[in-house]
Write a protein that binds this ligand. Structure first.
Ligand code: 13P
Length: 257
């Protein structure tokens, strides 16, 4: 069975003091059950890059893993304002969100750039969480699957067979992000199943069965159970509701069947 992955994406929120307090409160909510929860789920938080050192410290001794929201694909160089894979690794970062819709739409990241970042994460033995998802317009025009599978194919260009199981996919329909209007479990499940089928076609049944495909877009404490109990929904990528310890701790405890 695939372990679920419950991931918090803090986006551009919090300062160092608030971040430490949030981690302390999340830990207070889940640490005592960490062993039981850890059997079938991984938990990760992705703070803004500048808060990674503070959060890494606050997570010492916890099973909660540390993620980044973005990174550059080169190890070093003249790239003003960017953060490299080795810098993240130096603080114990294990997961990197890549190609989030806000990166695609606000910062104009292309599929080619996103693919470079996926390959860089794999090279540095971090788990890339490749985000895919259609806009409202694309959804309304019945193009959701076309768009998602296209982003998937380009994002995974040159990802070898052996690396594929180290990749996670996040399906985040743009119309569901920050809107309070999540995809229904049935809607999400059908897209997740199509993503898995595309991975199966290219990488075979064993790898397709191992890859985690998580859902993001207005996940909260009330809807998480019904989403993650679907067979192809392997967890959640949570924005707003990951900024409050009680709601994130509840999401971490999601009923998965
Ligand atoms: P919300 O949970 O706030 O809708 O954000 C989802 C998201 O973009 C997570 O990466």
């Amino acid at each position: 069975m695939r372990k679920k992955l419950i991931a918090g994406n803090w986006k551009m929120h919090l300062g160092p003091v608030e971040a430490r307090a949030l981690i302390a409160a999340i830990r207070a909510g889940i640490d005592r059950d960490a062993a039981a929860l850890g059997k079938d789920r991984d938990v990760m938080v992705a703070p803004p890059a500048i808060l990674i050192p503070a959060v890494a410290q606050a997570l010492a001794g916890s099973s909660i893993m540390l993620g980044a929201q973005n990174m550059h694909y080169e190890d070093k160089g003249a790239f003003t304002g960017e953060v490299s894979p080795p810098m993240l690794k130096g603080y114990g970062v294990t997961h990197v969100i890549i190609g989030h819709s806000e990166r695609r739409h606000i910062f104009h990241e292309t599929d080619v750039l996103i693919n470079r970042k996926v390959l860089a994460a794999l090279k540095h033995r971090m788990t890339p969480i490749l985000c895919v998802g259609e806009t409202q317009d694309e959804h309304d025009n019945g193009r959701a699957l076309d768009v998602v599978l296209h982003q998937l194919r380009l994002g995974l260009e040159n990802v070898g067979d052996d690396d594929m199981t180290a990749v996670a996919i996040a399906y985040e329909p743009v119309w569901a992000i920050g809107t309070g209007r999540n995809a229904t479990p049935e809607q999400a499940e059908s897209v997740h199943a199509a993503i898995r089928a595309a991975i199966l076609e290219r990488y075979g049944p064993e790898r397709a069965a191992a890859v985690r495909i998580i859902y993001g877009g207005s996940v909260n404490a009330d809807n998480v159970d019904s989403l993650v109990s679907k067979p192809d929904i392997d967890g959640a990528l949570v924005g707003g509701a990951s900024l409050k310890a009680d709601s994130f701790a509840r999401i971490v405890r999601a009923r998965t069947r």
